[in-house]
Design a protein around this ligand. Structure first.
Ligand code: CTP
Ligand code: MG
Length: 181
C-alpha cells in the first residue's frame, strides 16, 4: 500500500524532476533576463538560460510517453499499479511548471540580494515541484485530481526535498554542478 503510493507519486512527478537536471547539463548561452536588472540587481541572473529552460521543458514533456510505456511492465514487476500521464497537457504542465517555478525562485532570490548559486533552503527544494503541480492542475484539471490524491501529494512534498538534495550532491561530486544544492 505505502509502496504503491510512493512509487505512483514519484513516477507521475518524474516529468517535473527531470527538467532541472536536464537544464544543468544543457545550460549556457543567453540568460533569459538578457542581463537586465531591477533595482540594481539582476532580474533572474546568469543561471537561468533560454537553452536550459527549453531543453529542460522538452525532456520533462517527452519523458511522459516513455513513462507511460514502462508503467505497466514496471508496475507488474514491483507489484503495484502505476498511473499514466496520458494527457499531453499534463506532461507539458509538469515540465514547464517545474522550469517556471525554478525561474520564479531565482527572481525571488535576486530580490533578496542572494547571488547566483546561493542556497535558500526550502525555496531551492520546493520551487519547481510547486510550479509543476500548479501548472499541471491548471493545464489538465481532471487528470490532476484523479492522479494527485492527497496521499500522493503528501509523498511528493515530503520526498522531493530529499531527492533534490541527493541528486544535487551527486551532480556536484560528478563536477556537473557548481554547488551541492
Ligand atoms: N540552468 C539553466 N536554465 C534554467 C535552470 C538552470 O540554464 N532555467 C542551468 C544553469 O547553468 C544553472 C544550472 O543549470 O547554473 C543550475 O541551476 P540552478 O541551481 O537552478 O541555478 P543557479 O546557478 O544556482 O542560480 P540561482 O541562484 O538563480 O538558482
Ligand atoms: Mg542553484
Amino acid at each position: 500500500m505505502l509502496v504503491s503510493v510512493v512509487v505512483g507519486a514519484l513516477w507521475v512527478t518524474l516529468p517535473a524532476y527531470l527538467p532541472n537536471n536536464a537544464a544543468v547539463l544543457a545550460g549556457g548561452g543567453r540568460p533569459i533576463d538578457g542581463g537586465r536588472t531591477l533595482g540594481g540587481r539582476r532580474l533572474l541572473g546568469d543561471g537561468k538560460t533560454w537553452r536550459g529552460t527549453a531543453v529542460g521543458t522538452a525532456v520533462g514533456t517527452l519523458a511522459a510517453p516513455v513513462l507511460n510505456l514502462l508503467a505497466t511492465p514496471v508496475g507488474a514487476t514491483v507489484g503495484v499499479t502505476i498511473p499514466t500521464i496520458q494527457v499531453p497537457a499534463a506532461a507539458l504542465g509538469l515540465a514547464l511548471g517545474a522550469m517556471v517555478g525554478d525561474v520564479a525562485a531565482s527572481f525571488v532570490k535576486r530580490r533578496l540580494d542572494r547571488a547566483r548559486g546561493a542556497a535558500v533552503p526550502g525555496l531551492d527544494q520546493l520551487d519547481f515541484v510547486v510550479g509543476a503541480l500548479v501548472f499541471a492542475a491548471l493545464a489538465a484539471p481532471a487528470w490532476f485530481t484523479s492522479v494527485f490524491t492527497l496521499p500522493r501529494l503528501v509523498v511528493v512534498v515530503v520526498a522531493t526535498p530529499v531527492l533534490h538534495v541527493t541528486t544535487n550532491v551527486i551532480a556536484y561530486r560528478l563536477g556537473l554542478k557548481d554547488e551541492p544544492w
